[in-house]
Write a new protein. Structure first.
Length: 293
């Protein structure tokens, strides 16, 4: 998703560069109102468009308001909106501020209060709270760093992720009325690699499920099912658009707590399809019963 985010930011830079050329031929401190610009490929296909309420040119800075941009690539449209933006022409950096939202046709959505992009460092980042809605999970955290050219991203700290299971639509409920979704928390970071179809949680990891119990570990790996967009007969949950979790692997000082029973192992593998856990590394099980006194 984060690689696609750059397309939105890049198209904004194309617009700004175009506007800067126009500015050089007129007076400085110029303002453009209600602008709406588009870009096309050599084949005449629209590749991007951007519109906004105002664009103020102040020396090396361009202040933007009510930004609404789209990037069109293949069959997917990516949209970026923000209340305000500042483009630093000298450093090639773009700062987006207030109600920053990035969405894609594949169902991914990022929401944050601010976002910075550096052309030279090929990185987008923020220190603010971030919410990510993905077909496979919903994630919250504080701080984001992403390197779109590598198709990788990190939520830096205070991470909480809710996984979406295969039968999310028909979730059973447990006695207290809550559902069976798995919630993973960690101190951070959370590293997501979409090319490898995996996400890794670090530091004080806890995965909670009302049915399976709680898993504590040093590191936790989640694996997404591979994309299968060409197979029209396949269920949506098996496609890249569905993006469901395939398995979860807990490593290092693994402890599983279910009721009063506790299990220790070096590694635990949870199969999201079979709904079962496999323990490795001389597992130890401590069972407590009311009959044992």
């Amino acid at each position: 998703m984060y690689k696609k985010i750059i397309f939105n930011l890049t198209l904004l830079l194309f617009v700004l560069c175009f506007a800067c050329i126009a500015e050089s031929e007129t007076e400085s401190d110029q303002q453009i109102t209600d602008f709406n610009l588009s870009g096309y490929s050599q084949q005449g296909k629209r590749t991007w468009d951007v519109k906004g309420k105002t664009a103020d040119f102040l020396d090396e800075m361009v202040n933007l308001s009510d930004i609404d941009a789209n990037s069109y690539k293949d069959t997917e449209t990516i949209n970026l909106i923000a209340d305000k933006g500042v483009f630093d022409k000298s450093e090639g950096k773009l700062h987006l501020q207030d109600n920053v939202v990035i969405t894609t046709d594949s169902g991914a959505k990022l929401i944050t209060d601010s976002l910075d992009w550096s052309q030279s460092e090929d990185e987008i980042n923020t220190e603010d709270k971030v919410n990510i809605e993905h077909p496979a999970f919903n994630a919250d955290g504080k701080g984001l760093k992403a390197h779109p050219s590598l198709d990788k991203a990190s939520l830096l700290k205070d991470v909480e992720v809710t996984l979406k299971e295969e039968d999310d639509i028909k979730l059973k409920t447990v006695e207290d009325g809550s559902d069976e979704r798995t919630v993973i928390t960690c101190d951070g970071p959370l590293e997501v690699d979409y090319e490898k179809g995996m996400a890794i949680f670090y530091e004080n990891v806890k995965a909670s499920n009302k049915v399976q119990g709680d898993i504590y570990c040093d590191e936790l790996f989640t694996f997404f099912k591979p994309e299968n967009k060409d197979d029209q007969a396949a269920d949506d949950s098996l496609t890249g658009k569905g993006g469901k979790i395939d398995k979860i692997v807990a490593k290092g000082n693994v402890k599983i707590v279910k009721g009063e029973n506790i299990t220790f192992s070096d590694e635990a593998v949870y199969d999201a399809v079979e709904k079962k856990i496999i323990l490795t590394g001389t597992p130890k099980l401590f069972i407590y019963s009311d009959d044992m006194e």
